[in-house]
Design a protein around this ligand. Structure first.
Ligand SMILES: Nc1nc2c(ncn2[C@@H]2O[C@H](COP(=O)(O)OP(=O)(O)OP(=O)(O)O)[C@@H](O)[C@H]2O)c(=O)[nH]1
Ligand SMILES: [Mg+2]
Length: 371
């Protein structure tokens, strides 16, 4: 434990130094360096803690076409929502921390099986291990979509802001793309920077940060990143997750407070107002989940047979004919001759296409294979 407390002490010292240093052009590189050191210490702390057995994470078996997690403060109605979306009953009660482990359910929509995970409530300090914070946060690193549930009786922007802060501190970036950076370590020559655009941060700052990780490296930057994004790239443990906000209990607020988009900490968030208890807007929510997941439905038409519109094949957006073949059976790719496609992705009905043809939602496909 001594080792862990040493790391924690160093983290505290650096955080205090960053906090008390004025940010300007002259201190930018120094702050960048401190932030990079901080990121490394935090990673080290995580490693030590998980090595010591704490926070192994919940054991979740992914299943279905995509996985969505329900996330929010205690008592906002997460388990009630799970029940309404999936039929899975778990304890619902009017006190905090009713749910203490991950409860999975399956939501059927548009022929897709969407796995929904109900998580215990997260609290302020989750990222440093309060509540079951570490387990909860590690569970959302590999999902396809996070539903951030807030209680519409309370301050909505505050709840969103607190939750994204906890996730951010745990290395989870919501609705962000990984920065367009490439860093190639070398054996000599120091740190070389090349940029395709001009950046707000100076080369000195970039060097200060990168040198915390590498002595020699080529750094290629293609977008106007800040120091945090550069550190994100250098840290290997960042997770990029999509998210939408669900404002629950609107039956109690009579629609006050409810807006469909909100600006929190400079970022726009889409809000779906619902009442899990009174079943208001649940179909709208299902539709939103399906569309945010970027899934498409493909109907298979056997040669000379009928299409079963109730059983689409569910694939990710921009899927190819090849993906259809692979999902049918490994052999279909080898035996593939051509495919016939009807729908939005082709110019005329029944068009002949190859394996690399990009499909669209609700296309009808017939695979013609060699004998
Ligand atoms: N009025 C109203 N009450 C709701 C709604 N959804 C849930 N509740 C109530 O809010 C309380 C908490 O519901 P849960 O579903 O247990 O909340 P939870 O977020 O899973 O709570 P924890 O597991 O403790 O984090 C219960 O008393 C529910 O009946 C809603 O849409 N409207
Ligand atoms: Mg619950």
């Amino acid at each position: 434990m001594r080792y862990i407390s040493d790391i924690e002490k160093q983290i505290k010292e650096i955080e205090e130094e960053i906090f008390s240093t004025q940010y300007n052009k002259a201190t930018e590189h120094h702050i960048g360096k401190l932030k990079a050191k901080l990121a490394q210490l935090k990673e080290q702390l995580e490693r030590e803690k998980s090595r010591k057995g704490g926070g192994k994470g919940f054991l979740i078996k992914k299943s279905g076409d995509a996985t969505v997690a329900i996330l929010g403060f205690p008592n906002v109605g997460k388990s009630t929502l799970l029940k309404q979306l999936t039929g899975v009953e778990t304890k619902v009660a009017d006190y905090d921390f009713t749910t203490i482990k991950v409860i999975p359910g399956m939501m059927k929509h548009n022929g897709a099986n969407i796995q929904i995970l109900d998580l215990p409530g997260i609290i302020k300090g989750a990222s440093v291990g309060r509540g079951r914070g570490r387990e909860i946060l590690s569970a959302i690193r590999n999902i396809d979509l996070a539903l951030i549930i807030v209680d519409s009786n309370n301050n909505i922007p505050n709840q969103i802001s607190e939750i994204i802060k906890e996730l951010y501190a745990a290395g989870i970036r919501l609705n962000e793309k990984p920065p367009d950076i490439k860093i190639v370590p070398k054996s000599e020559g120091g740190i070389n920077i090349s940029k395709t655009i001009s950046l707000k941060i100076s080369d000195k700052t970039i060097k200060a940060i990168v040198s915390e990780y590498y002595v020699n490296a080529d750094v290629i930057i293609k977008e106007d990143v800040n120091e945090d994004q550069l550190i994100d790239y250098l840290s290997k443990n960042r997770a990029y997750v999509k998210a939408i906000v669900v404002a629950n209990k609107i039956d109690m607020t009579k629609g006050e407070n409810i807006i469909d988009e909100i600006l929190v900490d400079g970022k726009k968030w889409k809000i779906i107002p619902v009442s899990a208890k009174e079943k208001i807007n649940l179909n709208l929510l299902k539709k939103e989940i399906f569309s945010e997941l970027n899934l498409i439905r493909i109907y298979l038409k056997p040669i000379g047979g009928d299409i079963d519109y109730n059983k689409p094949m569910i694939l990710k957006k921009d899927a190819l004919v090849e993906d259809v073949c692979k999902k049918l059976h490994r052999d279909f790719v080898n035996k593939f001759k051509y495919a016939l496609v009807w729908g939005k992705s082709v110019k005329y009905p029944g068009q002949r296409v190859g394996l690399d043809h990009v499909l669209e939602d609700e296309d009808v496909v017939t695979i013609i294979s060699k004998r």
